[in-house]
Design a protein around this ligand. Structure first.
Ligand code: PLP
Length: 387
């Protein structure tokens, strides 16, 4: 139940990739038939991804994953000729993934002013805060579509309208939204949108940056003319084919009720734990959330100990803290929502895919209360909640 960390490759995705790993091995830039076959496979995948996002094929750039897509969006818009103009301004939020946050901090070190917008106690960004933060020299707004820790959905369409009115480039990190929510880049009004393959049953090391036609973006890599001069490097044909297949399957799952079933599983898990465990609450409960994620706070408990206890029983989840330079730091997302460090550390993320079953939910509903009670007895942690 840690799908927001990564998802398994679907058998259909592996089958689509298999010929490109074994029999056909052309370089998609080669003129001969092997190259042309690889090119056709890449372009077919591009069509599938474009359909999922409601954009043109030429607006899809294949990358190595969400991190590269985010970096390309952030640096690509703000830099010109590899240089930044000190004093230029970027707006982002305090709950972005580190792929955006650390890129923005790097820009800051180079003289760019960055506004890190706060969030409400439910984990949402107020579009009016975006409007108020705008300056004449704001170059970019980067606000994620759904948060990876809480699943909270951000008001990207309103932010898109504000960006368009102000004539500022708008990037959204949709890594945790893809396949979980319908995505229409035109409705969002974004210029740039990031996707990661491995969060949607495609292989790790694959991703996409949607780049709206007319968006001025500088490449991160220099070399060949691949991806219309936007991303140099021989295409990862098998990975791209897998991503294309996963995009088709993700589109189907949004239409055929599969994601509604995932939402029902998540709701049953969440309600079941709340009913069985005392002093437990959902972080971001009142906000709109993606269907697969719940972030639960178990007061008076060390979350990391619970992650380990559950892992020993075969249940994989993730905690509200991250290991940074050898020390565990409370999650920047949960602390931005106003949780004190002990409460952030006492929080766990459960994230599902369509492959999770009712039986697995039943098992979790047995395991989690038992593990929480045991840990609270063994090593009580006294904690406040909000601060
Ligand atoms: N953005 C978000 C919201 C994520 O959750 C992740 C991965 O956890 C990334 C970006 C980075 O994606 P990747 O692992 O493909 O580099």
């Amino acid at each position: 139940m840690d799908a927001n960390a990564t998802t398994p490759l679907l058998p259909e995705v592996l089958e689509a990739m298999r010929p490109w790993l074994l029999e056909s091995f052309g370089n998609a830039s080669s003129i001969h038939q092997h190259g042309q076959q690889a090119r056709a496979a890449v372009e077919h995948a591009r069509e599938s991804v474009a359909r999922l996002l409601n954009c043109r094929e030429s607006e899809i750039v294949f990358t190595s994953g969400g991190t590269e897509s985010d970096n390309m969006a952030v640096f690509g818009v703000v830099q010109q000729g590899g240089l930044v103009k000190p004093g230029d301004h970027v707006i982002t939020s305090s709950i972005e993934h580190h792929a955006v946050l650390h890129a923005a901090e790097r820009l800051q070190e180079r003289g760019i002013d960055v506004t890190f917008l706060p969030v409400s106690s439910e984990g949402t960004i107020d579009p009016e805060d975006v409007r108020r933060a705008l300056r004449p020299n704001t170059m970019l707004i980067s606000v994620m579509m759904a948060n990876n820790e809480t699943g909270v959905i951000q008001p990207v369409e309103e932010i898109g309208r504000i960006a368009q009115e102000a004539d500022v480039w708008f990037h959204t990190d949709a890594v945790q939204a893809t396949g979980k929510l319908p995505i229409d880049v035109k409705a969002i009004g974004c210029d740039l949108l990031s996707i990661s393959g491995h969060k949607m049953h495609a292989p790790q090391g694959t991703g996409v940056l949607y780049v709206r036609r007319g968006t001025r973006i500088e490449p991160l890599f220099f070399g060949g003319a691949h991806e219309r001069q936007r991303r140099a490097g021989t295409e990862n044909v098998a990975g791209i084919v897998g991503l294309g297949k996963a995009a088709e399957i993700a589109g189907d799952a949004l239409r055929d009720g599969t994601m509604d079933r995932v939402a029902a599983l998540r709701d049953r898990l969440e309600r079941g734990i709340l009913a069985r465990v005392e002093d437990c609450a959902v972080n971001g409960a009142a906000a709109p959330r993606v269907p697969n994620t719940t972030n639960l706070r178990f007061d008076n408990l060390e979350g990391e100990a619970l992650v380990i206890a559950l892992d020993l029983k075969g249940l994989a989840v993730s905690g509200g803290s991250a290991c940074m330079s050898g020390a565990t730091e409370p999650s920047h997302v949960l602390t931005a929502m106003g949780l004190v460090s002990t409460s952030a550390r006492a929080s766990l993320r459960f994230s599902l895919t369509k492959l999770n079953t009712e039986d697995e939910i039943d098992a979790a509903l047995e395991l989690v209360p038992a593990a929480v009670n045991r840990l609270r007895e063994l090593a009580p942690v006294n904690a406040g909640t909000l601060g």
